[in-house]
Design a protein around this ligand. Sequence first.
Ligand SMILES: [Zn+2]
Length: 405
Amino acid sequence: MPFDERSFDNPFLKEKPISFSSKAEVIPPNFAKKVEDFLFDKVQIILEQLRDGNISSKDVSVYTGLSGIALMLMKLQNSGILKNRLSENLHDVAFKITKHNDSRKSSACTFLCGDPGSMFVKVLAADEVKKGQRGDLKRVIDAGEVLTRQGGKIYDEYLYGRAGYLGCLVFMGKHFPDFKDEALMDQICKVMIESGISGAKHNRLKQPMYYEWHESEYVGGAHGYAGIFYYLLKLKHLPSVQQVLQKELRDALYWFVSLQTSSGNYPSSIGSQSDKLVHWCHGAPSAVFTLIEAYKVYGDEKFKEAAINCGECGWKRGFLKKGFGICHGTAGNAYTFIALYQLTRDLSHLHRAVCFAQLCVDMDRVEHRTADRPYSLFEGLAGTMYFLIDMMDVENATFPCYQFH
Ligand SMILES: [Zn+2]
């Protein structure tokens, strides 16, 4: 399949390139109002679906379930964007839909798909309405014990593995500093590093670290190298990461940068010759965060150039027929431009983010695929809304439940 069959033509590509001299010039005068109206309309839809019981209460995950929707609702409430228009307090709704999160068990151990994530969101929502039950956070920490041991069928990737548990610990530590457990984070990083190095030796590879998920060597943020390396780089102050920062991890990042395709994208897995997916889960839109971090840590322009190439790829091919979500959708791809703007302060990247936000606001005018979980944070409408809320405070925006400052 030629790659362009997965994306719409970006209508803004036809426009003459403009050079901007101020942030105000980049953002159209009616932009904030359009975003506000979109958020108002769509939050009514989500609230109605929740009231009518059309969103399954069985899935409590951040990725496709109620916890992710709760995170978006809390973000919208905290943003103040609709403060004069909403009759309902969205913190109350978030509390209501997450308060039974501990009654179901998932086998996953991560922020996005497992009990640690839904437990953390439950406590967060309870805290917002002053019904604190922080003791439950201890259960998130207890869940890490099994991950500090090698072996078994525990993987290292973000969606279902150790990196995804680290994500939960990081966000929990930010919101609840009393529960920040750096010793546990260090132990998890140590096991991830050992697993990567021994995997490379075992497979007699030249690359310094090897990771797989279900026997494939994935590259992207969800299952592969991009997510694992991003977290190791972000946690570089921990003793276990310090030990490999200037040798194994550094060499691994140089190997990672070499994987970029001529179009600026990243393959979904090692050995794959196709260049089809421009998603956060697979492709340049998650590699960009890893490359930016590598540039900050090692200072080599090569990483920055590769990150900018990810932006070019997203700009040409990131307006996806799959929809407007964040895992594999137009909104998620727009975080590439936000990250590049935050790094370089180059207003052309901000312009691209604004263009993608405009495409999202007009989503109902475009025939696109509907996600299996159409209201969820990672596949559906809650994710599109999360991105647009971030566009109202772009300096502090981060890809939800993954990227952090
Ligand atoms: Zn995806």
